[in-house]
Design a protein around this ligand. Structure first.
Ligand code: ATP
Length: 515
């Protein structure tokens, strides 16, 4: 299936099955804002739980907080967001469509990368098993030429972004002949910087004094609370503070569903370390975070590293974990070495000492920070795009049938177990099934369903990723046994009712993820 079709199917599946709705749909929607429906909110909560458990509860030296969205306006002056949290925007004169100038250039670079990959795929086919990709990459003329071209553009883009050279961005767009995807026109306005922070007004205080920002990242709530948390949790360096919460960015263009939203959620952890030890921890967290993604079922070949070409004003090293979304490899998570920039800045602007007393060296200093930062919604999209599959399976008569199945890791599935009486018009069956359901719902998010033929009910559960279905039939009335069906293997086993909770519990446990 073409990637484009796959993405369209994913978006419509999310809507049809109550995972995600466009915000304010009755008013034709609000761009780049989405609401999570009944199954979506369950799945999202489970993703957050997986992160929280593995980052906070599995680390004695990481504690969690829940800071407010609003912060003192000076916070954002100190962090550099007021002056530097900008994206370069450009409009096409003919279509009036707005773009991010750097993204236009990145898309152009993606096309060069696609040419390289096409060349490699062709050669792979031609040479079969004898194909040596490394050798081919280092000797094929066309590949070498495109790799060099790609790198030259990446370097030029990085320099222009670091220097905030808007004229150079426009020159590049014109030089590469980049056209508007709507009008096909190459007539562009100048490139202007656009600040991504939303703001609002505090109480009745007019002007700059009362200007409040909706936080564009959760990290600053952690920085300003550094000493409060360190002292009350009696932590010693190195230690981390984690939080999950909403962040807001007035993105210039927001397409690709929940990949780029104006209101989204982040899971961030700031790890405070002794100065000059930050690179060791940076490597440590890189490895840990990649393992976290693989444990939940993201295939290794869909994940890759991407070093930042232009570092943010606060970082001395930064890398992204990219995921292969249906629209290509894009950033899923960032791991950044933020130096002592933020704490030093808050110290200066607040006039308060924000330092750590090291009981071993007997010195006071500002710690360095390594952060891991991931968007909940992007993780949701990565998980959904990986899990949604179309399979050919035998139907009740043994013929081939297509089923749509959401192969989520059972521990994060929205519904863990569905309880299904074989038919609904036999009160004894319904009563028995209700009893099983009432027992199981104490431990798991379960669903009772008696409508339609059993095959259709199975398909409905497959489509929302339910790992277990329990069917109560006439034999159940005699022998207190039920049929338990597994989503992935389609295996059906006869078990005693009292065994069901144990089987489900073992099948959906998160424990193996942390082993
Ligand atoms: P991008 O380059 O895609 O704009 P970024 O580098 O600005 O992302 P960070 O500031 O590093 O992103 O934010 C950390 C994480 O927050 C990202 O890896 C991503 O998962 C998530 N995130 C950032 N912006 C958005 C957004 N507009 N919508 C959804 N998630 C986002």
């Amino acid at each position: 299936m073409a990637q484009d079709d796959k993405f369209k199917k994913l978006v419509s599946h999310c809507k049809e099955y109550g995972f995600i709705f466009q915000s304010s749909e009755v008013y034709d929607g609000l761009a780049a804002v989405y609401d999570y429906g009944p199954y979506g909110s369950e799945l999202k909560n489970n993703i957050k739980q997986y992160w929280w458990k593995s980052m906070v509860q599995m680390h004695e030296n990481i504690v969690g907080i829940d800071a407010a969205i609003f912060m003192h306006p000076k916070t954002w002056k100190a962090s550099g967001h007021v002056d530097a949290f900008n994206d370069p925007m450009i409009d096409n004169k003919q279509s009036n469509k707005r773009y991010r100038a750097d993204v236009l250039i990145e898309n152009y670079m993606d096309k060069i990368e696609a040419k390289i990959n096409k060349e490699i795929t062709k050669a792979k086919k031609r040479f079969g098993d004898a194909f040596d990709e490394k050798e081919f990459r280092s000797t094929n003329g066309r590949v070498l030429e495109n790799v060099a071209k790609h790198k030259a553009i990446a370097d030029r883009l990085a320099k222009a972004m670091t220097d905030e050279n808007m004229a150079e961005l426009k020159t590049m767009i014109e030089e590469f002949g980049i056209a508007c995807e709507v009008s096909g026109s190459k007539e562009w306005t100048d490139v202007r910087q656009f600040n991504l922070m939303f703001n609002t007004q505090l109480g009745n205080i007019a002007g700059e004094e009362g200007k409040l920002y909706l936080r564009p990242e959760t990290a600053q709530g952690i920085f300003v609370n550094f000493l409060n948390v360190q002292k009350t949790s009696r932590q010693k360096l190195p230690f981390g503070i984690a939080q999950i919460g909403k962040a807001f960015r007035n993105e210039i263009v927001a397409r690709q569903f929940i990949f780029r939203m104006r209101e989204f959620e982040q899971m961030e952890m700031q790890f405070f370390v002794q100065p000059n030890t930050e690179m060791k921890w940076y490597e440590y967290w890189k490895e840990k975070r990649m393992a976290w993604h693989e444990a939940i079922g993201s295939p290794a070949e869909k994940l890759r590293w991407h070093d930042h070409d232009n570092l943010a004003h606060y970082a001395n090293a930064a890398v992204d974990i990219q995921f292969e979304f249906p629209f290509g490899f894009k950033e899923l998570e960032g791991i950044h070495s933020r130096t002592d920039f933020d704490l030093t800045q808050h110290q200066e602007l607040s006039g308060r000492k924000i330092q750590y007393f090291d009981p071993e060296t007997k010195e006071n200093y500002v710690p360095f920070v390594v952060e891991t930062s991931i968007g909940v919604d992007r993780m949701f999209l990565a998980i959904m795009s990986n899990a949604l599959q179309e399979e050919t399976v035998p139907d009740a008569d043994g013929k081939d049938a297509t089923r749509i199945v959401l192969k989520l890791h059972p521990s994060i599935a929205p519904v863990k177990c569905a309880v299904l009486p074989l038919v609904k018009n036999k009160p004894e069956l319904v009563e028995k099934a209700r009893k099983v359901f009432d027992r199981l719902k104490i431990d798991f998010n379960c669903q009772y369903d008696e409508k339609d033929a059993i095959g259709r009910r199975y398909r409905r559960q497959d489509a929302i990723g339910t790992p277990f279905c329990v069917t109560i039939d006439f034999d159940s009335l005699e022998d207190d046994s039920v049929t338990i069906r597994e989503r992935d293997t389609l295996q059906q086993k006869r078990v005693k009712i009292e065994e069901v909770a144990g089987i489900v519990s073992q099948g959906i446990s998160m424990s193996e993820l942390f082993a």
